[in-house]
Write a protein that binds this ligand. Structure first.
Ligand SMILES: NC(=O)c1ccc[n+]([C@@H]2O[C@H](COP(=O)([O-])OP(=O)(O)OC[C@H]3O[C@@H](n4cnc5c(N)ncnc54)[C@H](O)[C@@H]3O)[C@@H](O)[C@H]2O)c1
Length: 373
């Protein structure tokens, strides 16, 4: 018989305030469950209409400060991403301190989300992140409705939700078109050379959209099977992994690992899905370097927000959500690129300011306050 989970949820916000990454979080909760051995933290950076969404990751953090730093930084990033995605959501993240969470831990985690909603009037919506499978999420969903990222049942119509890769890729494609408008003087990507680094869940679909548009594809991956697939299906030209970043092409599309932006970039545009493309996001050092070189950089959390939009609209017809993603990413980047041109400021700094502005235009009210009103 499955036991009803009984985790302890503590508000540890005060204790987090001295952490260098704290940056005005709304709440941080510590979750412990003796029966399953769960140790987790739920970081809520901001709430919009009482809600915040952000994935749950698992990691064997070796020390407390690293655990806090990861969660605080990621949940702050989710605030910016939700804002530029135009979603009525604040930013949050959860981090389970364990290399291999069990089903029991996930049930306790789901129960904690439910308790936070009932006791604090804050809706934290969880989803997949590093190391958390759909199977684990299904277990959390036995205790709370606030779980996204579970593949909708087959209805014969393609629905948003489940795999976010095609949705993220379509947003990147929209971002490339608006970047091309500003930098190359045309929205068409026909004949435009694109170097795609990483041919996984996003990179593959991006190549498909680009191939249909008639772009010239150069690709690199560490996995031969993934390379073969895009060569066969889209006629891409293969490049060595160490050469792809510095290729002299129109667009460089990073779709692999973070910290990729460096002075070797020769492309006219950088537009890809990779998270945390800059090594120094606090000072936007790499974005400034690219701006000085005349490279148009599409800030990562703006151009890769399509996946988040699809997760939020889980269960809606995919065609409708694809169109929404195209308009949102195109529109926000159009503003950012235009402002960069007008002010001679780098695109990441402008995106950070714009995300704060977009967030402040939304209303924040914890659910308990709204219900009492
Ligand atoms: N999946 C999404 O919807 C989504 C949403 C937002 C952001 N992102 C970000 O986009 C990036 C790609 O995501 P994904 O889901 O496609 O990941 P993935 O793991 O499916 O694919 C990544 C690919 O990059 C390859 N790779 C790794 N290092 C490489 C290197 N040095 N050179 C060339 N190829 C390399 C891997 O072999 C793999 O095929 C990640 O940074 C991810 O955080 C993804």
């Amino acid at each position: 018989m499955t036991m009803i989970p009984n985790p302890v949820v503590e508000d540890v916000t005060e204790a987090m305030k001295s952490h260098p990454e704290y940056s005005d979080h709304t709440k941080v909760f510590q979750v412990t469950d003796e029966d399953s051995g769960l140790e987790a933290r739920i970081f809520i950076h901001s709430l919009v209409e009482g809600r915040a969404l952000g994935g749950c990751r698992r990691w064997e953090y070796t020390d407390d400060a690293a655990w806090a730093a990861d969660g605080l930084r990621l949940s702050r990033g989710m605030t910016r991403k939700s804002a530029v995605a135009g979603l009525p959501l604040g930013g949050a993240k959860a981090a389970i301190k364990h290399g291999n969470p069990t089903m029991g831990m996930m049930r306790a985690f789901g129960k904690a989300i439910d308790m936070i909603e009932k006791q604090y009037g804050m809706t934290y919506i969880t989803a997949e992140d590093v190391g958390i499978s759909e199977e684990l999420l299904v277990e959390a969903k036995t205790q709370t409705a606030n779980v996204r990222g579970i593949t909708p049942e087959e209805t014969g119509v393609w629905l948003a939700g489940g795999d976010p890769g095609p949705f993220t890729a379509y947003g990147v494609f929209a971002g490339m078109k608006v970047a091309a408008k500003h930098k190359l003087g045309t929205e068409s990507l026909e004949g435009v050379s694109v170097a795609v680094q990483g041919l996984g869940d996003v990179g593959y679909y991006l190549c498909e959209f680009l191939h249909k548009e008639g772009a010239k594809l150069f690709v690199a991956d560490l996995d031969q099977g993934r390379i073969d697939r895009v060569v066969t299906e889209f006629g891409a030209t293969v490049v060595a992994p160490h050469e792809i970043v510095g290729m002299d092409v129109d667009i460089f599309a990073p779709c692999a690992m973070g910290g990729v932006l460096d002075s070797s970039i020769k492309a006219k545009i950088v537009a890809g899905s990779t998270n945390n493309q800059q090594k120094d996001e606090i000072n936007n050092t790499e974005s400034k370097m690219l701006h000085e070189k005349g490279v148009l950089y599409a800030p990562d959390y703006v151009i890769n927000s399509g996946g988040l939009i699809s997760v939020f609209y889980e269960g809606e017809p995919a065609d409708k959500i694809m169109a929404m993603i195209y308009d949102q990413v195109f529109g926000v980047l159009d503003r950012i690129f235009g402002m960069s041109m007008d002010t001679n400021m780098d695109c990441a700094t402008i995106a950070d300011d714009l995300s704060r502005k977009m967030l402040s235009e939304k209303q924040y009210a914890p659910m308990a306050q709204r219900q009492a009103a």
